[in-house]
Design a protein. Structure first.
Lengths: 292, 337
């Protein structure tokens, strides 16, 4: 029993990190129809940048975290939107999706050649002391990960639904033409979603790298889980991505413990197929209407 | 079905006009095959191997080009289908002692059937779901290839895969196997060429351009998308079935997700939707690394960066770019008397 609780909490912790990546993914998808196949690499890279800053500049960890996050948001939030998405959008959704695959290869190989092909340990921002939850010893690291991820998602949800800018952002996503007529700076709002996406990816990176180490190939699994989370939860909802992420995390954690470690990846994949067959709009998703 | 009646009329056309009706694409295919038949002379073993690899990859890219460039479906499973084809042939020939031909047929049918099984749930819903379902499928196939050691040899792979024989003659040396692949590639290219001109091909194009309109004209959208995907997958399987005897040793690594990304980039780099796009794309993806050898491991980055720049400048790939430049040059020539 206590073992089960431990696996559940680990699952929720990693799941809430996948949820961060999935939320960024759906935000960008909603406002600019960009299917970002590099989302996994977006989560892989910030940690590598931080380690690179420590190695090259010799700065302490907190400064490196800040530097890494800022550099990443500038490069892959603003830069990605400005130099990859903007020139490609007129060509349609398909070339853009493929361009993100090219970007994924560049990021992955760049991390491998520019930094290291080996997994590197990444300092945890939280102490690893164990605390007692329901009679089970749980590392504080997992608990704090859950707290930070949930707080971020709650703040984001508040921003999107309760603030003026957030609602302008939603309007830009739902109907850019009308939003523009109403005087909403749609372009700036779209840029904002790319910045938020990059920031969420950086946070996810800093939370997951202490658990799974920082490695150039991490993006494949993280990206896959973020996509699954987005689809399982429903492509057009922040809440959906959160639920999807946590489900994927729990499935993955339980599969690793009770099914087999070599096939743990297969269980979330099965979840994806079941959802697509049974409830293709996702657990919390709205049905999309078809435009003729 | 207008297209069908048109083509019936072509068939009944006067024989003396047949010469002017010969398709330039058809001539190019046969001519290219003839050149490739003799191309490796003096290239040595390794040069011939690279040339053959180019053709094998071109077959896989050709299948993906049908799925993506013609029917407009993003599939991330082409590497997995290649892997299934390669392992089917590898296991049946090296382990069970079967001849290459029935093994090739089984690999083709198996990947075609799997294309239908994988494509069905995704295409039931929405076309862009196919990308995620195929992504999941590729991971699953890779897991099976890596974990089922009793069947696939796991990470150690399968070795000593025999090359096919032809009328009793063994095709063991690089040159004769290359010529064998040239003939197979020519047949498969002709098949695609024929398919694209057939009413089926027209229906695929209609699906990409405007699915709703295609449906209203009586095209069974679901059946045709599924068919395009399954045929494209079978091409992946056939490419794998040639890849296994070419390299004579297979392990799971060339069939992972990143290989599927890479294949898609080759489609786009060559020019998606063009008949010869896959050959240009595979040339960039297979032969370019040979030229970029001096850069060490950086060739993947350079290739991806080239594709990215190409997509930004001209999303229709190298052939689209050539077409654009050609049109511009023709206009210039016409303007200057």
């Amino acid at each position: 029993m206590s073992e089960l609780i431990a696996y559940l909490i680990v699952g929720i912790a990693t799941g809430s990190i996948y949820a961060l990546a999935a939320i960024g993914f759906t935000l960008v998808w909603q406002t600019s129809q960009t299917i970002n196949f590099a989302q996994g690499e977006f989560v892989m890279l910030p940690a590598i940048l931080v380690l690179l800053a420590v190695k090259l500049l010799g700065v302490p960890i907190p400064v490196a975290l800040l530097l890494g996050a800022v550099a990443f948001v500038l490069l892959f939030g603003v830069g990605f939107k400005r130099f990859v998405v903007d020139p490609m959008l007129p060509h349609g959704v398909l070339p853009l999706a493929i361009a993100t695959m090219a970007l994924a290869i560049i990021m992955k190989e760049g991390a491998k050649d520019g930094f290291s092909a080996e997994a590197q340990s990444f300092p945890s921002p939280f102490p690893s002391d164990a605390i007692q939850i329901l009679g089970t010893a749980i590392s504080l690291q997992f608990v704090m990960t859950i707290v930070v991820a949930f707080a971020t998602i709650a703040a984001l949800q508040w921003f999107v639904t309760r603030t003026r800018t957030g609602r302008q952002m939603q309007a830009s996503a739902q109907n850019p033409t009308v939003a523009r007529i109403l005087g909403i700076p749609v372009e700036r709002m779209v840029m904002l979603t790319f910045v938020i996406n990059a920031a969420l990816a950086a946070l996810a990176s800093f939370l997951i790298s202490p658990i799974y180490l920082a490695k150039f190939s991490n993006g494949e699994t993280i990206g896959l889980f973020a996509f699954i989370a987005a689809i399982v939860g429903g492509f057009n909802q922040v809440r959906g991505a959160l639920l999807g992420g946590i489900l994927v995390g729990i499935f993955d954690s339980l599969a690793a413990a009770y099914v087999s470690t070599s096939y743990r990846l297969a269980v979330p994949l099965a979840l994806l197929v079941v959802i697509i067959l049974v409830k293709p709009e996702g657990l919390l998703g709205r049905k999309e209407e078809r435009h003729v | 079905m207008n297209a069908r009646t048109d083509f019936a009329a072509v068939g009944q056309g006067a024989p003396r006009r047949a010469l002017s009706r010969i398709d330039p694409a058809l001539v190019s295919i046969v001519l290219a095959a003839a050149i490739l038949w003799f191309a490796p002379v003096g290239m040595g073993r390794y040069g011939t191997y690279v040339l053959t690899l180019w053709l094998v990859m071109a077959i896989a890219v050709m299948g993906l080009n049908l799925t993506l460039g013609v029917a407009g479906l993003k599939s991330l499973a082409q590497a997995a289908f290649m892997g299934i084809g390669a392992y089917t042939v590898g296991i049946l020939t090296a382990k069970a002692g079967m001849s290459w031909y029935p093994a090739f047929a089984i690999a083709t049918l198996a990947t075609f059937a799997m294309g239908i099984v994988v494509g069905f749930p995704a295409l039931r819903v929405r076309a862009h779901y196919l990308a995620f379902v195929t992504l999941a499928f590729t991971s699953l196939v890779w897991l099976v290839l890596r974990n089922e050691e009793w069947l696939t040899g796991g990470t150690f792979g399968l070795s000593n895969i025999p090359r096919p024989t032809l009328f009793g003659a063994r095709l063991d040396d690089a040159l004769s196997f290359h010529r064998f692949v040239v003939v197979v590639t020519m047949i498969l290219t002709l098949a695609i060429w024929w398919l694209l001109r057939s009413p089926w091909g027209r229906a695929f194009l209609a699906l990409r351009e405007n699915p709703v309109r295609a449906a209203s004209l009586g095209v069974d959208v679901r059946a045709y998308t599924l068919l395009a995907f399954a045929i494209g997958s079978a091409y992946g399987g056939m490419a794998g079935a040639l890849y296994a005897p070419l390299v004579e040793f297979i392990d799971p690594s060339p069939f992972a997700i990143s290989a599927s990304f890479f294949l898609l980039l080759m489609v786009v780099a060559g020019g998606s939707g063009y008949l010869f796009g896959p050959f240009v794309g595979a040339l960039l993806g297979v032969v370019l690394p040979e030229w970029l050898r001096f850069t060490g491991g950086l060739y993947l980055i350079i290739f991806a960066a080239i594709v990215l720049l190409l997509l930004i400048a001209c999303p229709k790939g190298v052939l689209g770019l050539a077409e654009m430049l050609w049109a511009r040059a023709a206009r210039l020539v016409r303007r200057t008397p």
